[in-house]
Design a protein around this ligand. Structure first.
Ligand SMILES: Cc1cc2nc3c(=O)[nH]c(=O)nc-3n(C[C@H](O)[C@H](O)[C@H](O)COP(=O)(O)OP(=O)(O)OC[C@H]3O[C@@H](n4cnc5c(N)ncnc54)[C@H](O)[C@@H]3O)c2cc1C
Length: 381
């Protein structure tokens, strides 16, 4: 027996599940979304929420341009209950080695060829624009003034609420135990032992997509990796852009409410979904950022947390139908997935409608791993 999940069951109430639910419900599909905990409980609610068009692969640049275009009017489009805080204070990558600067140059060349207004800056230009940055050893950087910030909780909840207004059923505290398969096609999902049926199931459960796909016999090369981050007390906003330091992976930015978000890429972090934090991160990242932002000395840290990246072997997303008919995945967004919610939702909707996707996303296909056709994103932390 079991219950009807409508036309499409979406698993995961992160930004991608909610954006897909919105796009699909708006297009007339009957959607049921299951979230195991609460909306934005995964990577989405734990992210640094940076928005950028600085990518080094064409597909990501094209999608990133679309994301920024959508973010400009999304507050109105979704009639968001929470302020989305979309702010364009820019995104600056700084390089300390010829190799890093060479890669930034290649990325910016590609971005400019596609219409992204990014630029390469020398140390003098960086100093003259952001006098408060102390960037000893920096040999250059890449900057895009259109990039910025969005509130990750507002974004996720905004999509979910708008999906509900279009008729979607959004169920929280409803963990999916497994995907149901009959013959070679998907039949629905089991939620705490109860069967829900639908002809299409979308797995948008971040790193948890892999075990769910495995329950349907599909192998997804997606692994979790813990990333830590912290937030300071607010200081008078002065529009400090996101600054990403390519020597040690540290990044910081000011949010519109004046707080600073500070994080660092650390390859030694555990490869799990656990969300513990460590005093070593707090000390290390504060030392690293204070060297670059001495004006933050004395500003107090108010909270530290962590969340999982969902990493694929090339740090690129997987958006595709699986070999099980009707089972689709959208996951593997690594450390840059929040900002791809607008394009991710649209792509899923177009794939379900059976129309050509607005950007060619063949590079994101699942079979690339088997084929050995990886396409690493060079602009990743
Ligand atoms: C510290 C940190 C900093 C980041 N910084 C940025 C950034 O600056 N910019 C950016 O664009 N991206 C950033 N990211 C990455 C970004 O957060 C993710 O790529 C994106 O949020 C992934 O969204 P998602 O919806 O695919 O997955 P998630 O947000 O992880 O959502 C998956 C959801 O599925 C639910 N779920 C899991 N299992 C089940 C189940 N069995 N049944 C039902 N539900 C289930 C989870 O509870 C979760 O809510 C960062 C991530 C982290 C951790």
């Amino acid at each position: 027996m079991g219950k009807s999940g409508g036309d499409v069951i979406v698993v995961g109430g992160g930004v991608h599940g909610c954006s897909a639910a919105y796009e699909l419900a708006k297009a007339g599909f009957k959607v049921t979304l299951f979230e195991g905990r609460y909306l934005s409980a995964g990577g989405s609610g734990r992210s640094a929420a940076g928005i950028r068009q600085h990518f080094g692969t064409e597909v990501n640049c094209r999608l990133a341009m679309y994301n920024v275009q959508v973010f400009r009017n999304l507050q109105e489009e979704l009639r968001c209950p929470l302020d989305l805080e979309f702010t364009q204070w820019g995104y600056l990558w700084v390089a300390y080695t010829d190799r890093s600067l060479g890669q930034l140059r290649l990325n910016v060349e590609l971005q400019n060829s596609l219409g992204i207004p990014s630029e390469i800056l020398d140390p003098e230009e960086i100093r003259s624009r952001w006098g408060y940055l102390k960037l000893d050893g920096v040999i250059g950087g890449a900057f895009c003034a259109e990039d910025g910030h969005i509130n990750p909780h507002g974004l996720t909840i905004g999509y979910a609420e708008a999906a509900k207004r279009h008729g979607a059923l959004v169920m929280m505290k409803s963990p999916v135990d497994r995907v149901l398969v009959r013959g070679d096609r998907v039949a629905g999902v089991s939620v705490m032992g109860e069967e829900w049926h639908a002809p299409v199931v979308l797995l948008a459960a971040g790193p948890w997509s892999a075990p769910l796909a495995a329950s349907a016999g599909v192998e997804l090369p997606v692994a979790a990796e813990r990333h830590q981050i912290l937030v300071t007390e607010p200081v008078e906003p002065f529009g400090c852009p996101m600054v990403l330091c390519l020597d040690d992976g540290a990044y910081f930015k000011q949010c519109p409410n004046g707080t600073f978000l500070i994080g660092r890429d650390d390859p030694l972090e555990p490869k799990t979904c656990e969300v513990q934090v460590s005093p070593g991160f707090l000390e290390g990242v504060c030392r690293s950022v204070l060297q670059r932002m001495p004006i933050l000395k004395g500003v107090r840290v108010v909270r530290q947390w962590s969340g999982p990246y969902d990493i694929t072997p090339d740090r690129q997303a997987i958006i595709d139908w699986t070999p099980v008919e009707g089972l689709m995945v959208n996951c593997g967004w690594s450390g840059h997935g929040l900002q791809f919610a607008p394009s991710g939702g649209r792509l899923v909707r177009e794939m379900l409608q059976g129309v050509p996707t607005f950007v060619d996303i063949r590079p994101f296909r699942l079979s690339r791993f088997e084929e050995g056709d990886l396409f690493p994103e060079p602009a990743c932390i």
